[in-house]
Design a protein around this ligand. Structure first.
Ligand SMILES: Cc1ncc(COP(=O)(O)O)c(C=O)c1O
Length: 442
């Protein structure tokens, strides 16, 4: 009971610090004052401050008192640390983060510091990562039905880095890469900078249209197709098994590569088998630890077909020499100790919870999202201005994305992509209420 009391007080103060209600430099009550205020023993108050100091939230200055530390160097422009009048609900980018992940990181750093030869982490890692780290990711992928040797798994600094390396390896300037007419904006950006043409394929909230892909392959020399078959960004669909087979058939017939973006695949373990398992000889399976662990970690991977290992490794080396051994060691530690499995299960529950809030708040609107997805697609009437809706919402501190960033065609539908993973649940509910009000008044 006493232990619980101490933890409850420490957690409450930690939450006030993290929310910015106790800004950096605030002087906290003395141990004696805290004991009186919270009706706890003096020894318990001392324990509370010891815990907060160990968590890096406060610093005790002998003879002067206890002060809130400046956390801005860690948090950057994190909205929840801004004063309330500047706070935003970011529904434009999915950055899921559980409240206890700071504690996970503290433990992981301590474990790393206590283990083996730390200085080895400061040396250049081989491009694609160390063999043991690649082996840990290969084991992780067995749960998705992907069974490849560690040598075919290359570590990257996130999925975006992996996609860039794959494009560099297989799509020279001027090449045609097929992609959904609405697709992940990072791919749009990459194609532009690499001077690769993204040729649009018809798609809707039920999936990519394989017939349209076939028409395109007959007309143009497609070198690859980029797909997000499981929990598509932005449309949310999970491509069915039949469509997956058709894509693979076309890829073999027209001899093009498949770039399979699996960033959100962990949220739908029941989805049909990955394209990689259907066509391992030509599929680049791009994964990430951004959504199941933490976006700021910058760790991802690509499963590369044997024939392309050399070219993708060269592209990784050219882009950044390789990835950070420190961040990959953290991610791999979390793979090995079961943290990734636990967090993935928690995220699946979290996504369903947030999606049910969204369905409730946006009921009656033209909103589409599967129950497992961390985002949704809100269609507006064709004559409504999505940019105006986004602007009005931004004025209220709510950020959403319009279809433009996702479009590979000049015609962009009138719609908003609503990302649900970032704000706290109560903030999300409030922001979605504002979305509803704003779009119904357009
Ligand atoms: C479909 C998709 N692919 C890739 C990425 C990039 O992931 P990472 O943070 O690992 O670079 C994102 C990020 O939102 C995404 O939605």
């Amino acid at each position: 009971m006493r232990g619980e009391r101490f933890k409850a007080v420490a957690d409450a103060i930690a939450a006030s610090i993290r929310a910015g209600d106790l800004p950096a430099g605030s002087r906290l009550p003395t141990h004696r004052e805290l004991a009186r205020e919270r009706r706890i023993a003096l020894a318990t108050a001392t324990k509370v401050y010891r815990e907060l100091a160990a968590a890096g939230l406060v610093v005790g200055e002998p003879g002067r008192g206890t002060y809130v530390r400046d956390l801005s160097g860690f948090a950057g422009l994190e909205p929840r640390r801004l004063p309330p009048e500047h706070r935003v609900a970011d529904l434009s980018f999915n950055q899921p983060l559980a409240v206890d992940q700071g504690d996970h990181l503290r433990r992981a750093l301590r474990r790393l510091a206590a283990e083996g030869d730390l200085a080895a982490l400061l040396t250049q890692q081989p491009p694609g990562g160390r063999h043991a780290d690649r082996a840990a990711v290969a084991v992780h992928l067995l749960d998705r039905g992907i069974d490849v040797p560690p040598a075919n798994v290359l570590l990257t600094a996130g999925a975006q880095h992996g996609l860039d390396a794959v494009l560099a390896a297989i799509a020279p300037p001027g090449a045609v890469v097929a992609a959904d007419a609405l697709t992940y904006p990072g791919m749009n950006m990459l194609a532009r900078t690499r001077h690769v043409e993204l040729a649009p394929v018809r798609c809707d909230t039920t999936g990519t249209d394989p017939h349209d892909l076939e028409r395109l392959c007959r007309r143009r020399p497609v070198v690859a197709v980029y797909l997000i078959p499981t929990l598509h960004n932005p449309l949310g669909f999970v491509l069915d098994a039949d469509a997956r087979q058709r894509v693979v058939g076309l890829a073999r017939r027209h001899d093009f590569a498949i770039v399979e973006d699996a960033t959100y695949a962990f949220l739908a373990p029941e989805a049909p088998p990955p394209l990689q398992t259907l066509a391992p000889e030509r599929t680049f399976y791009v994964g990430s630890f951004s959504k199941n662990l933490a976006t700021g970690l910058r760790v991802g991977y690509v499963v590369v077909p044997e024939a392309h290992l050399g070219s993708v490794t060269r592209a990784l080396r050219t882009g950044s020499w390789g990835t950070s051994g420190i961040t990959s060691a953290i991610a791999v530690g979390w793979l090995r100790d079961g943290t990734v499995t636990r967090l993935e299960a928690a995220r699946r529950d979290d996504a369903r919870r947030r999606q049910s809030v969204a369905r409730q708040e946006l009921a009656g609107l033209d909103y589409h999202a599967p129950s497992q997805a961390y985002s949704g697609w809100l269609r507006l009437p064709e004559d409504a201005r999505a940019d105006l809706a986004a602007h009005r919402l931004a004025e209220q501190g709510i950020l959403v994305s319009t279809a433009d960033a996702f479009a590979t065609t000049p015609h962009t539908p009138s719609a908003l992509r609503i990302a649900l993973a970032t704000p706290a649940l109560d903030q999300l509910t409030h922001a979605l209420g504002r979305v509803r009000e704003t779009v119904t008044r357009l």
